[in-house]
Design a protein around this ligand. Sequence first.
Ligand code: UDP
Length: 512
Amino acid sequence: MCNFDVARGAGTGTMRRTESPPRGLTEDAVALARDLPDLIEVPSGLRSPARVLDLLTGIPAEQFRNALGVAHDLFAGRVIWNVNSTASGGGVAEMLQSIVPYARGAGVDTRWVVIGGSEEFFRITKRLHNRLHGAIGDGGELDEREHDEYLAVLQVNAERLLHRVHRGDAIVLHDPQTAGMIPLLHQAGHPVVWRCHVGVLDPNSLVHQAWDFLRPSVLQADAYIFSTHGFVWDGLDPARLTIVPPSIDPLAPKNNELTTEQQRAILVAAGLMAGDADPAHAVFTRLDGSTSQVVHRSELAEIAPLQESTPLVLQVSRWDRLKDPRGVLDGFVEYCAPASDAHLMLAGPSVARVADDPEGLDVLNEIEAAWRALPDATRARVHLASLQMNDVEENAVTVNALQRRAAVVVQKSLAEGFGLTVAEAMWKARPVVASRVGGIQDQIEDGRSGELVEPRDLPAFGAAVNRLLRDPALSHRIGDAARERVREHFLVSRHLLQYLELLSALLDREAQ
Ligand code: UDP
């Protein structure tokens, strides 16, 4: 997938582009700047990427080893800045939590900054997020007024970032929440990469509306990254395009191996399963190598806690309509509950904490209302879990334990950029039933490394889950194939290599 030419050696990379002072802020931006929360730099430690080598074999291992040998020299004296809109919750934060420390561990000074926004700004960016998936969302406007507010907030953020960066630093902006920063940063002479983590394969007029809103900014980036070819927008320059599928970190708390005892104790400590496990076993290793214990309890809507021996069907997602928690509930209630003794758990982050997702609480309330309306016997088989987000790594290891505990993991999204939860469950050798949408299709080979179903076909969804619940041999076979699929294509090592290749090529180009 990645052909980083390690023989090319280290580029010295002095920037030739003359820096011009950034364009002044608009009046709107100046007015906003007073009240807008400042940028937050997310503290990132150092992790040795060499540890991932133990999980690789053959050419990927060799390429990765070679790249690690030259990374430091390639980027000497420069900082690679990553910018997004939240430090926790969601796939982008998840990836940055592992990629940034690994890059630092490879000797590349890499930082992560979170932008500040107003409530109105996040309403607009959520609208953009929904429309980039072809969904109407709150149905609000995306006109000049919204455009002005969006750009004004991002001008302030860009201006603030420019006070932190130095000549020659490269900037990687993530998702629509940051695209409006591109023009100012580019004008200031920095190589700017914009990465789009979301998309749909069959864009409708809503998608085009979001593209039109963002395109004038995006066109000014030096490079754009999409997760899959099918997501690339009309009207972009193919020469500046790179495809980088997301990845998971096999050594992070989210994916690290857990013993059965640990897994059990973590779930009991988090209040997600009944039992009297020794809390001393509810331990996990943090990204910085230290050891911690799971102590925070999740909030649950349930009649009684899940028992240890009960087969579990699990979906882990933000509380977002595009993840179709309602469809999962209905499909389970109608087709799985009558045909099995399994329980369903819908688990998502505590809504109070995911700042860039204003719809989370509404969606959770809706799903809870639907759950309350179920007959008692069915309601007893469905658990709604809001996982604490005070401690992100503790949240991650709790998700890890849940995914390992599940008999079947589902991801019944109506649209999906990639769906990290799918790769996470596959790495844990879980059989996954997921919708045939977006990047999920790059991960699961239907019938071999998972099961794909049409997103609104509840009978097919129910049948696929039931088949796996009934047939442990099939579940094992699919689970094993799933793990190998992730090892080959979706581990962080491949991701780091692709970044190294793209950024070093950009800096080389700047130097000429
Ligand atoms: N996630 C989490 N805690 C939660 C819910 C979700 O850590 O309570 C993680 C999940 O494990 C995955 C990420 O958030 O790593 C979601 O990424 P995905 O690509 O599946 O969806 P997105 O939220 O980016 O749309």
